[in-house]
Ligand binder design. Structure first.
Ligand code: SAH
Length: 455
């Protein structure tokens, strides 16, 4: 059968793709349908037709899946933030387990995968400690804030996001009221004019400290004392800053931070470790799950106190300091110099003297130190970005022959590829566990323990 754009089809959703989109077949033709969940029978309209597959838009649910639930958020279909809010949370977890297993099997060629039960959340909402709301003007000239629609820069007005903290809503109202009252303009991306671009909010879940940072297309915020006056009435307010970004770019933050009130940073704890977080720092967004993830990484590392550990892609040293509690010595490697400054500051803040940090690419720093100084590791932990580890980095890990490698991954496809490389060179996969850091989205984090077969 020949399909063309705008055709209506009835499809049973049999699978879900990497991003949580529904997948079904009509006469052997595969269709990807956003917002349809596994088990649904839906009516959909073809939007894009390729040779062997196509994309369709969900028009009507004919028979809902037994796992379909009513999404809490009224704009979940337009907003780009959530993909699988219509799927029951337990079914979301099953989907993520299948995704990890599937990638390890298909891409890594693994069988008999020792998959442990995924770590889910008890309360899978309001888990994000960070939110960045774009500010703009709607058709009627009203100042609005909310979220970008999927794959676009159209702002969907919404101050009530179920993934963020409840205090976000109050803060956004205060900022909008201040802007309206004192005629502060919103940034217009198309023209590159106007002042307020984004509102960045961070909350320390353990400390209760709140940070508000207004990203502005300029150096000064008129009547900022009025904004400060209102914001400081909110309990927990610790840091109010402005960040200057005058570039015509998609990058949210500029480099300059100017203090309006309080401190330029907040502090938060994960377990017994305190971290300092500035508007520019990278910090895991789901602290409840991060703790579980790091505890699992620590358990897999199986440290007794005498080990030398390398933590590659260490960011601000979050995992490094967690490991340093149990290891003799930890070395972290990270490409962003500012993050390494934070890592050193965090080590000082916690009085930890057994953590040392190097700036540079893991695939350059590690081979260089190995060739020049013959560095050693009992355990190597890696937590790379989505593209996974560079082969040069994996090659050096194999040469260093650590007893154990703990791989923390945010993309199980590149994870599978990297595990295959290591398992063809002396390692075996011992333990695998998913962790749901981003409920309502298609993402899943995975922790893996590998050990050398001859040790
Ligand atoms: N382990 C940290 C950060 C993980 S995110 C935590 O849990 O908080 C991945 C990190 O890898 C980022 O900080 C990124 O800046 C860094 N990175 C990206 N490419 C890199 C490379 N080639 N070498 C070293 N670090 C890199």
């Amino acid at each position: 059968m020949d399909f063309k754009k705008n055709d209506m089809v009835t499809v049973t959703i049999e699978d879900m793709g990497q991003d949580g989109e529904g997948i079904g077949k009509v006469d052997g033709f595969t269709l990807f349908i956003k917002d349809a969940v596994i088990g649904d029978v839906v009516e959909a309209k073809l939007m894009k037709v390729k040779k062997n597959y196509g994309y369709a838009r969900l028009m009507k649910i004919i028979t809902p899946s037994a796992d379909r639930v009513e999404p809490k958020c009224s704009v979940y279909r337009q907003c780009g933030g959530c993909q699988i809010q219509a799927l029951d949370y337990q079914a979301q977890l099953k989907f993520k387990e299948r995704k990890v297993r599937g990638n390890l099997e298909r891409i890594g060629g693994f069988t008999d995968i020792p998959l442990e039960p995924i770590m889910g959340m008890e309360e899978p909402y309001h888990y994000r400690n960070k939110a960045q709301f774009p500010v703009g003007t709607d058709k009627n000239g009203e100042i609005v804030t909310g979220f970008y629609a999927g794959r676009t820069h159209d702002i969907i007005p919404n101050t009530k996001c179920y993934l963020g903290t409840t205090v976000n809503e109050e803060i956004l109202q205060v900022v909008l009221e201040y802007m309206k009252k004192y005629n502060i303009s919103a940034y217009d991306e198309a023209k590159g004019k106007g002042l307020v671009r984004h509102i960045l909010i961070r909350t320390g879940f353990a400390s209760g400290e709140i940070m508000v940072c207004l990203v502005i297309n300029g150096k000064k915020l008129p009547k900022s004392e009025k904004l400060v006056e209102s914001l400081t009435k909110i309990q927990g307010m610790t840091s109010i800053t402005i960040n200057t970004n005058e570039k015509r770019t998609n990058v949210i933050l500029g480099e300059e931070i100017h203090l309006l009130w309080g401190r330029t940073y907040i502090q938060d704890n994960i377990g017994d470790i305190t971290y300092r977080i500035s508007p520019l720092s990278f910090y895991q967004v789901n602290p409840v799950q991060t703790k579980k993830l790091y505890e699992t990484a620590l358990e897999y590392a199986d440290l007794k106190g005498e080990e030398t550990v390398w933590d590659l892609y260490c960011g601000i040293g979050t995992i490094s300091l967690f490991l340093a509690q149990k290891a003799k010595q930890v070395y972290g490697v990270e490409i962003v110099p500012q993050a390494i400054e934070d890592a050193r500051e965090n080590a000082r803040l916690n009085g930890m003297k057994n953590a040392e940090f190097f700036v540079g690419k893991a695939e350059e720093v590690l081979p260089k130190l190995y060739d020049q100084e013959g560095i050693y590791a009992d355990v190597i932990v890696v937590d790379p970005p989505r593209k996974g580890c560079d082969e040069k980095c994996l090659e050096t890990i194999v040469k260093m022959q650590p007893k154990r490698v703990v791989y923390v991954s945010c993309d199980s496809a590149t994870l599978a590829r990297d595990l295959r490389y290591l398992c063809d060179r002396g390692y075996e996969v011992k333990r695998v566990r998913g962790c749901d850091m981003f409920p309502m989205t298609g993402h899943v984090e995975t922790v893996i323990l590998m050990s050398r077969k001859d040790k």
